[in-house]
Design a protein around this ligand. Structure first.
Ligand code: ADP
Ligand code: MG
Length: 539
């Protein structure tokens, strides 16, 4: 008797599933496609991308994470690569393209090995070994930097901004960035701490990049509340108040019954007395400038203005906190508590029109622990790209000071890393050796891409570089302007060690994760991520 075998469905209808080699190939192809899109932007000679969203808004950038976030990537493995960029951005603030390009190349080299019948788990294990070793090597070849190395700090900043549209003003912008980071830097138990939140970056269209300035204090995009108030206050005594300077009953719903005109008169007089009392408390403290997080009543504005006090209302909470750090003032809630010891100081508070907006500058704060960088430039796109460049610069300076270690850029570090990984590979057995060598090949993608993006024949210059490193010139990298090899350290092309550490660890983690997947199961639901049938998304 033959029994009819029923097919067994373990997943709902509409589910897509690819497994084994084709799942792996699809994932690797998708991840590589992501890496390829940003690859051409790497380095000072990298190209820009123009991103147009469905509202028609345009962003021109060569910032890796910006590009990937705007691209709406759907393929699940490709999304994992985007995650690498995001982690890099969060942890370091720079090196996003580097991390993504290395991840793509690790997978590319892994595919070669898999094609040669090396099992993916073996490749994954070898990659793990290589990554651990790489982090050690990177630490060994790094050099120290402290807040006193002014010249070196400027070089870190310039390297971060090279090729980012900030080119012609990089001297000026690097000076501003170094000053900004040094002012907010603190030492806690001997350890350097830099909270980038304390560097406010404001951008305003108009003027030229050279007009960008660092204010030892805070810039608010708010104007003084009353035209009768002074336009500027020298040696200001600053009060920070986080409650409203108005009559209290606005929040409760009390009704007042007025039956004859004299009552109204009396009521208004009483109101005036209360407001006057509040203003008197402000002036009694000695304050000449008031920043209020809530509202300031019309009458209060009038009285303050008569007393020559400069006042701004509805300042955001985060700006209030920055003002406190910049001026040394204490934020006070109850006006009754306000005393001269709560006041902060600023050498100059002024109302100023920038572009076509009224702003308030709180300048010349002594020992300001919060500062503002005002970025100027001809158009919206220019200031936006310069802001991204300056953010990279500040990020690089901050991590350099926090870890206290930097390395040579221009591909020098990657070449040295590759050479030393190959030496390490010799200590390993057959298949793992293959994987570690593949890892060593993969990190060379950075100098190779820097060359390619500058129109330099990568083969010649890579040979030249390796020869230099073999002779002990460990900081030789690619001169993207001259087309030859050059001592990157001497040229001042230097970067934080942390960029490289983070790029290697997140790139290898994602590569290992992708390699270990042999089954991709997509739910049939419409809303879920769609798997392109060919694996490779079109760009
Ligand atoms: P990422 O998003 O990875 O930071 P970038 O486009 O900022 O990408 O490029 C960084 C790479 O450019 C690094 O490898 C860095 O060493 C290199 N680089 C920066 N300045 C120079 C320079 N003047 N000459 C050669 N390479 C440089
Ligand atoms: Mg960069």
């Amino acid at each position: 008797m033959t029994q009819q075998i029923q097919p067994i469905f373990i997943m709902p209808e509409g589910t897509t599933r690819t497994s084994g080699r084709s799942a792996q190939k699809g994932n690797i192809a998708a991840a590589k496609a992501v890496a390829d899109t940003v690859r051409t932007t790497l380095g000072p000679k990298g190209m820009d991308k123009m991103l147009v969203d469905n509202m028609g808004d345009v962003v021109v950038t060569n910032d890796g994470v910006t590009i990937l976030e705007e691209m709406n990537i759907e393929h699940p493995a490709a999304k994992m690569i985007v995650e690498v960029a995001r982690t890099q951005e969060d942890e370091v603030g720079d090196g996003t393209t580097t991390a993504v390009v290395i991840a793509g190349e690790l997978l590319d080299k892994a595919e070669d090995l898999i094609d040669k019948a090396v099992h993916p788990t073996v490749v994954a294990r070898g990659y793990r070994l290589a990554a651990d070793k790489a982090l050690k090597i990177l630490n060994e070849i790094s050099r120290e930097v402290t807040e006193n190395d002014e010249g070196l700090l400027k070089k870190i900043s310039i390297t971060a901004m090279t090729g980012k549209g900030a080119e012609h003003a990089k001297e000026h912008l690097s000076e501003l960035s170094v000053k900004a980071v040094k002012s907010v830097m603190e030492k806690q138990n001997g350890k350097v701490v830099v909270d980038k939140e304390n560097i406010k970056i404001e951008k305003r269209v108009g003027g030229s990049v050279e007009d960008s300035e660092l204010v030892s204090g805070i810039i608010l995009d708010k104007e003084k509340v009353h035209p009768g108030m002074p336009d500027s206050v020298k040696n200001a005594k600053v009060a920070l108040i986080d409650s409203a300077i108005e009559i209290k009953n606005t929040e409760t719903d009390a009704k007042i019954q007025i039956t004859d005109p004299s009552q109204l008169q009396g009521f208004m007089e009483m109101e005036e007395k209360i407001i006057r009392g509040k203003v008197d408390k402000v002036t009694a403290s000695g304050a000449t400038v008031v920043f209020c997080q809530k509202g300031i009543d019309d009458l209060a504005q009038h009285f303050l203005s008569k007393k020559g006090v400069f006042a701004v209302r509805r300042v955001s909470q985060s700006d209030m906190e920055k003002l406190a750090r910049a001026t040394g003032a204490k934020i006070v809630t109850n006006l009754d508590d306000l005393s001269s010891t709560d006041l902060g100081t600023s050498g100059l508070v002024e109302a100023k029109r920038v572009g076509n907006e009224d702003m308030t500058f709180v300048r010349e704060c002594k020992n300001a622990k919060a500062v503002t960088l005002l970025i100027r430039g001809g158009t919206e796109h220019v200031v936006a790209e310069i802001k991204r460049a300056v953010e990279d610069s500040i990020g690089d300076l901050a991590v350099s000071l926090v870890t206290g270690k930097i390395v040579a850029g221009a591909g020098a570090t990657e070449i040295e890393l590759s050479i030393q990984l190959r030496k390490y590979a010799q200590s390993l057995s057959g298949r793992e050796q293959l994987a570690v060598n593949a890892f060593a090949d993969a990190v060379e993608v950075i100098p190779r891409t820097l060359a390619e993006n500058s129109g330099i024949d990568p083969i010649d210059v890579m040979t030249e570089l390796k020869a230099a490193h073999d002779k002990g010139n460990k900081t030789f990298g690619i001169d993207v302007f001259g087309g030859k090899s050059v001592d990157a350290w001497k040229e001042g092309i230097v970067e934080p060690l942390k960029i490289k550490l983070q790029a290697i660890s997140s790139a290898s983690e994602v590569a290992i994760m992708v390699l270990r997947i042999d089954d991709v199961i997509g739910s049939g639901k419409e809303a879920g991520p769609r798997m392109p049938s060919g694996g490779m998304p079109e760009y």
